[in-house]
Every structure is written in C-alpha cells, then in structure tokens.
Design a binder for this molecule. Structure first.
Ligand SMILES: [Zn+2]
Ligand SMILES: [Zn+2]
Length: 347
C-alpha cells in the first residue's frame, strides 16, 4: 500500500463514507445485501486468511473500511443483527474446513503404513509433545517480540521440560519398530487449520506452523464463531420480535417453488451467484495482479521443491506434498526460511 492509499484507508476508517460527500464511491450502503456483514464485524475469512496458503481470493461481497465505519456509528443507536449473518457465514466456512480435515485424515489413513494400536499410541504421544513444544515456542517468541521477556523466559523453561519428555517418547516409539519404518515420516492433520504436521518435524518448523498467519487466522475465526454461537439463538428470537414489531410477519421472505428457503441455503445461492458474477465480469486489475504474483511465486516454488526432492530421496510423495503445502506460512522471520507452494483453494 502506498503512503497515499494508507492515508485514504485511515480516513475511511475514521470518517466513513461521509468523507466522500453524500454520494460515496459505490453508491452502496453498509446495509445493502452486497456488503459483507462479516467484514463489518471484522471476521470475514477472506480478510483474515488473505496471503496465507489458504487465501480464498477476494470476498464475493463488498469489503470497504468506510462502510465499516458507517456501520460502527449506526450500530450504536440501532441493532442490525449482523452477528447472526456472521454466525451463519462462519459456520458454513468452518464446516467446509472440517470436511476438508476429515478428508485429509481419510487420505492419510489410506496411504500411510498402518501401525498397531500400541505403536499408534506411541506415535501420538510424540506428535502431541511436539505440537505442545511448537505452540509454546511460538507463544514465547510472540511474547518476546512484545517485550514481555519474563513470561517468554518462563515458557522457554517449559519448552525445555517438554523436550526432555519428547526425547523419551521418541525413544519409546523408535524401539517399537524396525529402523526402516521409523525413518518414514508419519503425518498428522492439524485439527485447527487442516495442514499436515510430521512426526519428524523439528521444533522450528512446528513453531513456524503454530505461530504462522494461517494457523492463527483459523484460531481467530474459530474463537469468533464459538463466541457468536453462544448468543445466536437468543439473538434470532430478538430479531424475530423486532421484525414482528416493525409490521407484518418477517418483512421480506424468500420463496423458491413455494417453499421458504432457510437463510443459510439462501446465502449459499447468493454467494454462488455473486461469485460467478465476479468471476465473469468485474475481475479487476488488482485481481489480475494478484493472480500473476501468485503464479510467479508458484513457479519459483515448483523449481525449489523440485531441487529439494532431488536432494531428499527418502520420504513418500505424500510427505513432500504435505510439506510443500504446509511450508507456506506468514512469519515474522526471514524470507530465507520460507519455501513452499502457494496454492489457492476455492470451493
Ligand atoms: Zn467478506
Ligand atoms: Zn494448524
């Protein structure tokens, strides 16, 4: 973002569309259907996961800081019940991700060498300790960067303890199978973001995962959804009451073939329609630029991963695929740390 654009965004955020006079640039109001209500509430996955390997591309609905400012002002005096819209949006999104996680697990179950129940338990013990280490390490680094040195130090102490436990668990796991099997990478799927995590991944890599933008973005989305779900039933009742108050049953109703669509189904229809429209017509220059950057990045990654797979003969294809995918992460660390393919998933 140029300094000028940054300044504009800041003013939009502060002043809303009023800054542009009575008619704003879209002629759009924040309450229009085309505006992303999740964005108004700062929880649209398209925004939160942008520039991660799960980048969803541009949201089919409008994101505009000025409209968010308008909404924030207006919502002080009127209840718009957008939390209900956001709940439904995030629910559908997370359900999708969980389906993907289940599919990834299924794939692993089919492709990975099967272990006995006893060995599986030992492998899981290693996985769990490794993941705790990665999480704590990421947290310790974040705290350190925030200048909370003491807390960070305390966590590093805990990491040391976990490392000792992990060494024991690894030994136990190693002893339970022939050396050749032990060498093989065993993968597990991250329950939060559906990335692959390997049993031989080192602490650094796991810390990069758990402290990375993708994983943290998913935590943000899941926490937001959990919070929204706590109140959504009550809020639906309240909205119903307020609609009845404002005359007539429900105002606008949507019927398809004589049957009322539930709100979620309607949303999906709308989203699909909007997305098609976006794809076909107003693919703007920015979209094209992003596409191009991504392609370039992908090419680079392909070259890199090719040389990597030449240098590392061991390991299954599944493994290198999982790793490539997962390596893409936003990190505060040097770019030299980064490699991996950036892929765009669209559903
Ligand atoms: Zn959105
Ligand atoms: Zn994750």
């Amino acid at each position: 973002m140029s300094a000028h654009e940054q300044m504009r965004a800041m003013l939009d955020q502060l002043m809303g569309t009023a800054r542009n006079g009575e008619t704003d640039k879209h002629g759009t109001k924040f309450y229009d259907d085309a505006v992303c209500k999740s964005f108004l509430l700062q929880c649209c996955p398209h925004e939160i996961l942008s520039s991660t390997r799960m980048d969803l591309g541009e949201c089919p609905k409008i994101h505009d800081l000025a409209l968010r400012a308008d909404y924030e002002l207006a919502s002080k005096t009127k209840d718009y019940f957008y939390d209900i819209d956001a709940t439904e949006h995030l629910e559908a999104f997370i359900a999708d991700c969980d389906r993907r996680t289940a599919a990834a697990k299924q794939r692993l179950a089919e492709t990975q060498e099967e272990l006995s129940a006893e060995v599986t338990e030992k492998a899981n013990a290693v996985h769990e300790l490794a993941e705790q280490i990665g999480q704590k390490l990421a947290r310790a680094e974040a705290l350190g960067e925030e200048g909370m040195v003491e807390e960070s130090f305390k966590l590093m102490g805990e990491v040391e303890e976990l490392r000792k436990k992990k060494m024991v668990a690894e030994q136990d796991y190693r002893n339970s199978m022939p050396a050749s099997s032990y060498q093989q990478q065993k993968l597990r799927v991250c329950e939060v973001c559906s990335a692959y995590l390997g049993i031989h991944d080192n602490d650094r890599r796991l810390a990069d995962h758990f402290g990375g933008k993708l994983h943290l973005g998913f935590i943000t989305i899941r926490e937001k959804l959990a919070a929204l779900k706590k109140t959504v039933d009550k809020r639906r009742d309240e909205r119903g009451a307020s609609e009845r108050e404002r005359g007539g049953p429900g105002g606008r109703r949507h019927y398809v073939g004589g049957r009322e669509l539930d709100r979620r189904a309607r949303r999906h229809r709308e989203t699909a329609r909007d997305r098609d429209r976006t794809k076909d017509t107003d693919r703007d220059q920015r979209g094209k630029d992003r596409e191009r950057d991504r392609d370039r990045e992908r090419d680079r990654d392909r070259r890199r991963s090719r040389s990597r797979s030449r240098s590392k003969r061991e390991g299954s294809r599944e493994r290198s695929r999982g790793r490539d995918r997962d390596r893409e992460r936003e990190s505060r660390r040097s770019r030299s740390h980064r490699s991996g393919s950036r892929e765009r998933r669209r559903d």
